[in-house]
Write a protein of this length. Structure first.
Length: 286
């Protein structure tokens, strides 16, 4: 089982911190870094964040860097670190442009992109973008099919409900063949179905080993419907708020987790160094 970290960079993050934090994470032996996406946050919102009891986002954030911009910067200052979108909000983005950003990042980084995707939860953000919230699941599926066509065909054509093009030149293609792995985020039945039909892996969030075990039979069921099996996908899990000890790590490993994604937050580089050391100890890396 590999270990990665989740970091959020914002307008409060010094540029030198972004560079140094990525290099520190890579030097410590973590295999990847995952960054979130929200183009806007709302001062007031009725939508419920699914990972807190009160439905509010922790910390009342006011902004984060675009994941592809942040990861391109990280790519330029690292050599082996995997670059994950955790999670790209696919149905609120124009899919041809998203395919371009994924492919360009994979090209510039030498094939290091892990494309984490999801449908989003903040309806007010969709409203601000003029994107329909109610049809986001169906659009996510179609947009992923759109991107796969652009990444793998030369010239590329696609005909769908909301996206249509014929014989277009789309370059550069991703370095990874046939394309960067797609990790579907979410714990709902619809998300697990999307793992089976469109994903190369599952990015489970805020899951204890016990909660993970409860969802795995459904994942196996959906994979079987799609003519696939668990050994054809990667299983990535972020414990998020749950405390991790050595025995917890072993429980994830026994459940078949391929990568454990740990939140990593600190006010400055000294604090980050301390936090990395603590993670290495709790994960058994040191």
């Amino acid at each position: 089982m590999d270990f990665a970290v989740a970091l959020a960079y914002s307008h409060h993050t010094p540029i030198e911190y972004i560079q140094a934090s990525a290099q520190m994470v890579e030097a410590a032996g973590f295999v990847g870094i995952w960054v979130p996406e929200h183009v806007v946050f709302m001062q007031d919102y009725a939508s419920k964040y699914p990972y807190t009891d009160d439905g509010n986002l922790p910390g009342d954030p006011e902004g984060v860097l675009d994941p592809f911009t942040a990861l391109t910067f990280v790519a330029a200052h690292t050599t082996t670190l995997r670059l994950g979108t955790g999670i790209c909000l696919v149905p609120q983005r124009q899919p041809v442009y998203t395919a371009k950003m994924v492919a360009d990042l994979d090209y510039l980084s030498g094939g290091r992109v892990d494309f984490g995707v999801g449908v989003g939860w903040l309806e007010e953000e969709f409203d601000a973008l003029g994107a329909d919230f109610s049809s986001r699941g169906a659009r996510c599926d179609e947009y992923l099919d759109t991107m796969k066509a652009l990444w793998t065909q030369s010239p590329a054509s696609f005909s769908g409900e909301t996206v249509n093009f014929e014989n277009v030149h789309f370059n550069p293609k991703p370095v990874q063949n046939p394309h960067p792995p797609i990790f579907v985020g979410g714990e709902s039945n619809a998300a697990i179905r999307r793992v089976a039909t469109h994903g190369d892996g599952w990015y489970g969030y805020n899951l204890t080993p016990e909660a993970l075990a409860e969802r795995l039979p459904r994942l196996d069921e959906e994979l079987a419907k799609a003519g696939r099996s668990r050994n054809e996908i990667k299983l990535h899990v972020s414990p998020n708020r749950f405390r991790i000890e050595r025995d917890t790590v072993e429980s994830y490993r026994e459940a078949g987790v391929d990568q454990l994604v740990m939140p990593l937050f600190a006010r400055d580089l000294a604090g980050l160094e301390t936090r990395i050391s603590q993670l290495e100890e709790s994960l058994g890396m040191s």
